[in-house]
Design a protein around this ligand. Structure first.
Ligand SMILES: NC(=O)c1ccc[n+]([C@@H]2O[C@H](COP(=O)([O-])OP(=O)(O)OC[C@H]3O[C@@H](n4cnc5c(N)ncnc54)[C@H](OP(=O)(O)O)[C@@H]3O)[C@@H](O)[C@H]2O)c1
Length: 197
């Protein structure tokens, strides 16, 4: 099997790439890899798929948003967050359908801020909620038995710089987040939001 990991150089992406490598060939992409992609740019996503070719699964481990109080956020900052974390992932799916094998799988990334917010996180919540709703709708719309699920974890044990912003939150291990991607891709489920709290 051939897997594409988008954001493979990041914390979650590196664990996902390692876990998936036990099940097949992994191609890792980000803005700094050999095959490059900028998920904010649809033409860049199209060029990346053209280079990668046919695949059995896409694991998206990207999503960058700005954290600021709602009274300080600009329209453009919301748009940037949606362009990256929401539309970036939607475009990975839309443009990726023709590259995915029958019964292939998209696995997207959101996070606990969709359901259990902290201060200054309205963009993250907005993008996460959009992707989780998109997952439910796309699951019944994708052709050729193609599946889609989303992994939505709490703050990671390894993401120590985030810990002060998440007091009292249970932390999850990166290996457990990676296992949720493996379950999504190697299993048969579709339209699931894997909430790791
Ligand atoms: N860390 C946590 O505790 C946690 C918890 C819940 C949810 N999440 C979510 O998980 C996702 C990944 O988090 P992380 O902690 O693994 O982040 P990270 O370590 O910063 O990794 C981000 C990855 O995305 C790539 N990337 C960034 N901008 C990109 C772009 N425009 N186009 C293509 N690739 C891009 C980065 O690589 P390059 O810089 O090489 O492009 C890197 O590989 C985010 O959506 C985050 O909200 C994280």
């Amino acid at each position: 099997m051939k897997f594409l990991v988008v954001g493979s150089t990041g914390l979650i992406g590196s664990y996902v790439a390692k876990a998936l490598s036990k099940h097949g060939q992994v191609i890792g992409v980000s803005r700094t890899t050999q095959i490059k992609v900028d998920v904010k740019n649809a033409a860049s996503i199209a060029a990346m798929y053209e280079q990668v070719g046919k695949i059995d699964a896409v694991a998206s481990c990207i999503g960058k948003v700005i954290y600021k109080p709602i009274t300080e956020l600009t329209y453009d900052e919301y748009l940037l967050g949606l362009t990256d974390k929401a539309m970036g992932q939607v475009e990975l799916v839309r443009a990726g359908i023709n590259y995915l094998s029958d019964g292939g799988c998209f696995t997207l990334m959101t996070g606990i801020l969709a359901r259990d917010p902290i201060a200054s996180a309205t963009i993250a919540a907005l993008a996460n909620g959009a992707i989780e709703s998109f997952t439910l709708a796309a699951a019944i719309d994708l052709p050729r038995g193609i599946r889609i699920n989303t992994v939505s974890p709490s703050v990671l044990v390894e993401a120590t710089s985030y810990h002060p912003s998440f007091p009292g939150y249970h932390q999850v291990k990166a290996v457990d987040v990676a296992d949720a991607y493996v379950k999504s891709i190697m299993g048969k489920q579709s339209g699931q939001i894997y909430k790791l709290d």
